[in-house]
Structures are given as structure tokens and as C-alpha cells.
Design a binder for this molecule. Structure first.
Ligand SMILES: *Cc1c(COP(=O)(O)O)cnc(C)c1O
Length: 385
């Protein structure tokens, strides 16, 4: 093995005077929660408009964004939520916290997004919501999912934790007619360290969600009216001030990543044994939350070594998500009445992807073209070693 290593990539998160002045602005407002403050309200309006939606609700984090959305969509004990088996665990955890059963289904081997046929096969009379995850910014097949869910009379909830600014056939996330939940956790495409938001296609569901996210209290309540169930999922003013600045950086960053990924993907595809994540061309704007690729047939020990070696050579690499049905937490609350083996058998693609997939932090895609060549050269060298 040579001592080839990649030069430093841009840091993440990125920030500057916009975030700095935003924080001071929130501080000097003298109101640090959303009631009486201006930042959360303004961020909601800006985030909604950016995604072509009429209503955004800012919340504490992406997991809570899913929880609030699911609660508004009627998920609770006795209901089922269909989720991809290859995702971050919050997709199922949010449903399970509400007492629902999370039903994991298989994904597409090329895009790693939920397989519409598997979704259709999993729908029962208890299904309330189908939750596609736009994996790494690649849209799930929204046309097929729209049809399946409207035929079955169940709701569609987009887990858009990777999809800030994404577009499907020219439509922004908020223009697709369904509810969408976002995360602003430290690694996400825009961040305040923690945070989340939900886009709603109509005022009624937004107003319901507002109550749920604020202990059931109406916006101007002075009489301790608690009109519904819920909890405190409110975002604070500092986070919203930072997120307004982060939103203003997003388009520029997406433009760079949209330039870099096709180059990196083509270089990765030339390395024997490496298969980059594919792209459904209908997802015509991809913000690229991760640079993902598979190494089919690799053992888990070897994958760990490869990831460690990439990190040692300056490339922020990670082992991809574990299949959710292979996590203890999944079984401790609200799992379907099946064994791990039964679920694994109906999720053959997840079985492969969760075992052979590696991802790189999106800050690599903010690097130079030269750095894309360096990533590919380092990976080829590591795999040959
Ligand atoms: C990050 C993430 C979440 C949860 O967001 P948090 O803000 O970390 O709670 C949900 N779903 C997916 C797919 C994610 O990647």
C-alpha cells in the first residue's frame, strides 16, 4: 500500500457572519422561546417557501418531527407504519413511541430507497402511514408510492431528513402533496446542532401539529387550555436564527455537490468491486446527503478495516446503517409478529446493502474536483491492499 492520502476536506458545519449576527439578534430580542420571539416564526415561513409549501412547523429534532407528523396523521396503538428496513432507526422509533407497529420492508438495490412493490405487499387494514426515506437525497419512487397510498387510502409521510432542497420531476418536497419531516442534526445538510421541521400541505394539519408540539396549547393561550395530547417539541429562538442563515447557504452547497457526485460516482464505478448508489433520473435535484457505495461480497470485518483505513487517510467514511430489524431497540417496542429471519427473507436487498455499504460525509462533495480523484485513488489503493 502506498502512503497516498487525501488533503483536508471543507469542515462541517459551515458558518460565518450570518450565523453570528443571527445568534446575537435572537439574544438581544430578549425572548428566547418561540412565543413572543420572531426567529422561529420567520424560519418556518422561509423554510416552507423554500420547499414550495404553505406550512412548516419547526421542532426540536428530526425524530420528533416524525413523531409529531405521525401523531397528526392518526398513528397510535393498533396502527401500522410501513418503513424501509434500511434507514436510520428514527424512522421506525418515531412510530413505535406512539404505540404503533413499525413494519420494515425491502429497498431497491440501486437507489437504496423503499421498494414500492414491497410497500404494496405489506399494506394491511391496520396500515395508517407509508414512510419513504429519500436516501442520501435520492427520492424514493414518489409516483408509485402516491398511487399505492391513495389507492389504499393511507397517508404518505416523507422522511426527508436527507432531502433539504431536493426535487422530484421539477417539484420541490413541499409541492408533492404529502407531509414531509426534516432533521437539522449536526451532520445534516443544514444544521443548528439539533432541530427538525415538518412541512404540511394544508393549514388544518399544521394547526393540529402546532397544538401537539406545544403541550396542546393554542398559540395565544393565556388560560392553560390543553386541547390535545402531545408534548413540548418547540424549537428555541437561537436554533431558528442559525437555521435561517444555514438555509441561505444551501443552494450554493447543493450546486457544488451536484457537480462533484457525478464525477466521483463515475470514478468509483471504475474501481473493481465498487458499485456507487444509483440515481433515478426523476429525482432531478439531489442535495447529496451522503456519498454512498457498495462493495458487494465484502465481509463485515473487512468493511470495518476499509472504513478505518479511509479515515486514517483523511476521508470521513462510515459503515452504513444496520438493518433496523437487526437492532435490539427495534424489537423492544412495537415490532411486527415475525422473526428476524422472516423479515430478512422478505428483505433480500437490505440484507446485502446493510452488510456491504459504505458512505462518505457530504463535506467530501464540497471538496475540489481534484479531491474526487484523490478519494477514488485512495479507495482503490485501500481495496488493493
Ligand atoms: C437523522 C435522521 C433522522 C432523525 O433526525 P434527528 O434530528 O437526528 O432526530 C430521521 N430519519 C433519518 C433517515 C435520518 O437520517
Amino acid at each position: 500500500m502506498s502512503d497516498l492520502s487525501a488533503p483536508e476536506f471543507p469542515e462541517w458545519p459551515q458558518f460565518g457572519d450570518e450565523e453570528r449576527t443571527g445568534l446575537i439578534r435572537a439574544l438581544e430580542q430578549g425572548q428566547w422561546w418561540r412565543v413572543g420571539g420572531n426567529e422561529v416564526d420567520t424560519f418556518e415561513a422561509e423554510f416552507a417557501a423554500y420547499h414550495g409549501s404553505s406550512h412548516a412547523l419547526a421542532v426540536t429534532n428530526g425524530t420528533h418531527a416524525l413523531e409529531v407528523a405521525l401523531e397528526v396523521l392518526g398513528v397510535g396503538p393498533g396502527t401500522e407504519v410501513i418503513v424501509p428496513a434500511f434507514t436510520f432507526i428514527s424512522s421506525s422509533l418515531a412510530a413505535q413511541r406512539l404505540g404503533a407497529v413499525a413494519v420494515p420492508v425491502d429497498v431497491d438495490l440501486d437507489t437504496y430507497c423503499v421498494d414500492p412493490d414491497a410497500v404494496a405487499a405489506a399494506i394491511t387494514d391496520r396500515t395508517r402511514v407509508v414512510m419513504p426515506v429519500h436516501m442520501a437525497g435520492q427520492f424514493a419512487d414518489m409516483d408509485a408510492l402516491d398511487k399505492i397510498t391513495s389507492d389504499a387510502g393511507v397517508a404518505l409521510l416523507q422522511d426527508a431528513a436527507h432531502a433539504h432542497g431536493a426535487q422530484w420531476q421539477g417539484k420541490r418536497v413541499g409541492e408533492l402533496g404529502s407531509v414531509a419531516a426534516f432533521s437539522f442534526q449536526n451532520g445534516k445538510l443544514m444544521t443548528a446542532g439539533e432541530g427538525g421541521a415538518v412541512l404540511f400541505p394544508d393549514e388544518e394539519s399544521y394547526e393540529k401539529a402546532f397544538l401537539v408540539h406545544s403541550c396542546g396549547r393554542p398559540r395565544t393561550d393565556r388560560d392553560y387550555l390543553h386541547r390535545t395530547t402531545g408534548s413540548n417539541y418547540r424549537m428555541n429562538e437561537f436554533s431558528a436564527a442559525v437555521l435561517r442563515a444555514q438555509l441561505s447557504r444551501l443552494d450554493g452547497q447543493i450546486a457544488v455537490r451536484e457537480q462533484r457526485w457525478p464525477l466521483l460516482a463515475s470514478l468509483l464505478a471504475e474501481i473493481p468491486g465498487v458499485v456507487p448508489q444509483g440515481r433515478d433520473p426523476r429525482g432531478d435535484r439531489n442535495p447529496h446527503y451522503m456519498a454512498m457505495f457498495r462493495i458487494p461480497g465484502i465481509t463485515s470485518e473487512r468493511r470495518r478495516v476499509v472504513v478505518d483505513e479511509l479515515i486514517a487517510r483523511g476521508i470521513p467514511a462510515f459503515v452504513a446503517f444496520r438493518a433496523i430489524y437487526r437492532c435490539d431497540g427495534f424489537w423492544l417496542a412495537g415490532a411486527p409478529d415475525e422473526t428476524v429471519e422472516q423479515i430478512a427473507e422478505r428483505c433480500p436487498n437490505v440484507e446485502q446493502i446493510h452488510a456491504d455499504c459504505v458512505w462518505l460525509h457530504h463535506r467530501t462533495l464540497l471538496g475540489t474536483e481534484e479531491q474526487m480523484h484523490q478519494i477514488a485513488a485512495v479507495l482503490a489503493d485501500v481495496l488493493a491492499g
